[in-house]
Design a protein around this ligand. Structure first.
Ligand SMILES: [Zn+2]
Length: 129
């Protein structure tokens, strides 16, 4: 007696199941649209953050380039200290521009001992940055 059933090879069955699973887990067009929209928003937000950071950075550079690093009384608006490895940092207290530099060994020794400070000192002409 004929069964009337469907006969599948194991390979066909596997292919059928794989197709069914793929269809079952595939997002609906609406879900895909939502996902794409979220992705677009995330990318737009990321780009806006980067743009803001770049603009802030440029504004800081512009401010530093405009600054004469001096106080109203004409004295340098700087401070600083030895960082180690013979490197000193002088920084402008108005615009936060920093200069990394290597003082001569005797100057470094004076800075380290506290006999000399970088308070209101002229920014170095030769820098590491
Ligand atoms: Zn400055």
């Amino acid at each position: 007696m004929a069964s009337g059933g469907i006969t599948l090879t194991p390979e066909q069955l596997q292919e059928l199941l794989a197709g069914a699973i793929k269809a079952a887990i595939a997002p609906s067009p609406e879900d895909q649209e939502k996902k794409d929209e979220l992705k677009r928003r995330a990318e737009a937000s990321k780009k806006a953050s980067v743009d803001t950071m770049m603009a802030d950075h440029q504004a800081k550079l512009d401010r530093q380039n405009r600054c004469d690093h001096k106080k109203e009384n004409g004295k340098w608006a700087t401070g600083g200290q030895m960082l180690g490895n013979g490197v000193a940092l002088t920084i402008c207290q108005h615009c936060q521009k920093g200069w990394y530099w290597k003082p001569a060994p005797e100057v470094a020794a004076q800075l380290l001992s506290g006999d000399l400070t970088l308070h209101q000192s002229e920014p170095p002409r030769t820098t590491l940055n």
